[in-house]
Write a protein that binds this ligand. Structure first.
Ligand SMILES: [Zn+2]
Length: 243
């Protein structure tokens, strides 16, 4: 049996919002998929069982037919474009970036156009024209080009800033990247969820990385879905509906 005391602040906040007339929307983004793995299987099974629509940010240059065939029957999965090759082009003294201002704009646009076309062709029913920049970072000069390529939305991390394209961000990161690189504590995650609900009126993005999940990460996902999937005070929406 799962102790729900740690989830209670979230349940309380959702109830409060509902009383004031807002049904909170959540959306789920999972990054770095390139091929079928045991972890991806676990992710798909859990989200399918709780009927939580999920958006996989797939790295175009590193993926192929194996993944598209594998995902074919997963009706609840959508596909977004995760940069081009998830390569860092920033110098050592800067934070990692693939889509920063370190290279010619035309080279980056060509990659993002190529990735868009490849995934759209591979996933005719699942493709969403959403760009997810690797490391959640992208230069303004690149953002200005996205609509011309065909992208309809951009997803990074944190409260949405104004941009020349629809923003659909994630706000809560399951993983403790600076610590043990596993799941963060339930207490911290619940606090972040409550904070995000109060800071933004757009769907609250929950960010996962199936390839690095430890047991704590999987368990929190399950607890979150148990607390929210059938909860009338909130709704998990697909990325298409969120855009
Ligand atoms: Zn990534």
């Amino acid at each position: 049996m799962i102790d729900n005391a740690e989830m209670q602040p979230l349940l309380d906040e959702l109830a409060r919002q509902r009383d004031s007339g807002r049904i909170v929307q959540f959306w789920l983004r999972d990054d770095d998929a390139v091929e079928p793995t045991e972890a991806l299987g676990r992710f798909n099974t859990m989200t399918r069982e709780f009927k939580v629509p999920a958006c996989l940010a797939v790295i175009p240059a590193n993926t192929g037919k194996e993944l598209s065939t594998y995902l074919n029957n997963e009706a609840h999965i959508s596909i977004a474009v995760h940069g081009w090759a998830h390569e860092n082009h920033a110098p050592d003294n800067e934070k990692k970036q693939e889509l920063g201002a370190h290279r010619g704009l035309s080279d980056i646009v060509a990659e993002l156009s190529n990735g868009f076309d490849q995934l759209k062709t591979r996933y005719p029913d699942k493709f969403t024209p959403l760009l997810v920049p690797p490391w959640n970072r992208i230069a303004d000069s690149v953002v200005n080009e996205l609509s011309n390529i065909g992208y309809e939305a951009l997803s990074t991390f944190g409260v949405e800033k104004s941009a020349p394209i629809r923003m659909l961000n994630t706000h809560v990161d399951l993983i403790d990247w600076k610590g043990n690189r596993g799941g963060r504590s339930a207490q911290a995650l619940v606090a972040d969820l409550v904070k995000a609900i109060n800071e933004t009126s757009t769907p609250i993005g929950f960010l996962t990385h199936h390839l690095v999940h430890d047991e704590a990460a999987w368990q929190f996902m399950e607890r979150l879905f148990k607390a929210t999937a059938d909860n009338p005070a909130c709704r998990w929406v697909s990325v298409k509906d969120a855009i």
